[in-house]
Design a protein around this ligand. Structure first.
Ligand SMILES: C[S@@+](CC[C@H](N)C(=O)[O-])C[C@H]1O[C@@H](n2cnc3c(N)ncnc32)[C@H](O)[C@@H]1O
Length: 298
């Protein structure tokens, strides 16, 4: 089975405005679709660093001397670039979320399609798993996860129900979780609600919101002036962070004003929000929620 079919391939790499001798970073290597396209556009002196925290992605490493794959979380982008003696780069690409491979391997526990153990760790080194979130979190934290990350209004009832079930038995796998939460899954939209519940647990397990914030802040530090940031997100929580950061260079509040009363912001946005065409979505269903934003460091 194909590891991953890259989304908005041309648009995302176009967004980097590649200079043949430049240094680029693909922080979400996966099956390497975007990385290959970056290498195609680089000259012999160009360089591409890629990150993926999933050991499975290592098997896709590209045999090219201009390429280096780093099996680490991109929340440490600055540290690992420095380790490779790189202080500034010309462009950074992030294609957030989970790969098709991760969804399609039942044991990874990302998909509601299979009856698998609760896992959802993108990195095999991660200590927190879906099992721990569901079986060890207290009621307030469960409520927070389902409310903040699943945007589920009945998060308090969901948390209570999990806690009550846990008094007698652990919740080990998908089928059990579906059974426990069955009354919150009305037949006409059970798939959608279950997907929201899964998304919430996955975001918590992988600390996706904090990781994204740390990454965006560091990307600003490591980008050279006129360096590009090209980010594809797949849900509104991610997109909101990316949008605000590209607009203001911060996640909350308003940026400072200069002497003339203009906001001092670190990025210039390049073009408008890009979404996949109907044709791309037809051929690749995973593209359906993709949103691409591109910015240039001033
Ligand atoms: C949507 S896929 C990327 C697919 C890739 N663009 C391609 O063309 O094959 C996201 C990948 O990023 C990795 N990933 C997600 N969050 C990460 C993080 N915080 N640090 C490192 N890798 C991460 C996942 O393990 C997954 O392999």
């Amino acid at each position: 089975m194909e590891y991953h079919n890259p989304v908005l391939l041309k648009e995302t790499v176009d967004g980097l405005n590649i200079k043949p001798d430049g240094i680029y970073v693909d922080v979400t290597f996966g099956g390497g679709g975007h990385s290959k396209e970056i290498l195609n556009r680089l000259g012999p002196n160009g360089k591409l660093f890629a990150f993926d925290q999933d050991e499975d992605a290592l098997a896709n490493a590209l045999p090219d001397e201009r390429f280096e794959l780093i099996n680490e979380n991109f929340r440490f982008i600055k540290r690992f670039l420095r380790f490779h003696n790189v202080r500034q780069v010309d462009g950074i690409l992030a294609d957030l979320g989970v790969s098709s491979h991760q969804f399609d391997v039942a044991e990874r526990g990302f998909s509601t399609r299979f009856d698998a153990e609760l896992d959802m760790r993108m990195s095999q080194k991660n200590d927190l798993s879906a099992f721990k979130v569901v079986n060890e979190y207290d009621e307030a934290n469960l409520r927070r996860v389902f409310f903040d990350y699943g945007e589920l209004k009945n998060a308090p009832a969901i948390a209570r129900t999990i806690l009550e079930y846990r008094e007698n038995e652990e919740i080990r796998n998908t089928e059990q979780l579906k059974h426990v939460l069955g009354r919150f899954l009305p037949a006409h939209k059970s798939h959608k609600i279950l997907a929201q519940m899964y998304q919430a647990i996955r975001i918590e397990v992988n600390q996706e919101m904090d990781v994204l914030k740390e990454f965006l802040e560091q990307s600003l530090e490591v980008l050279a002036p006129e360096g590009r940031l090209s980010v594809i997100s797949y849900h509104s929580l991610e997109d909101r962070l990316v949008k605000r950061f590209m607009k203001n260079g911060m996640f909350e509040g308003e940026p400072e004003k200069d002497f003339f009363g203009n906001f001092t912001v670190p990025f210039k946005s390049i073009g408008k929000l890009i979404v996949p065409s109907a044709d791309e979505i037809y051929h690749n269903n995973r593209a359906r929620s993709a949103k691409l934003r591109i910015a240039e460091k001033k």
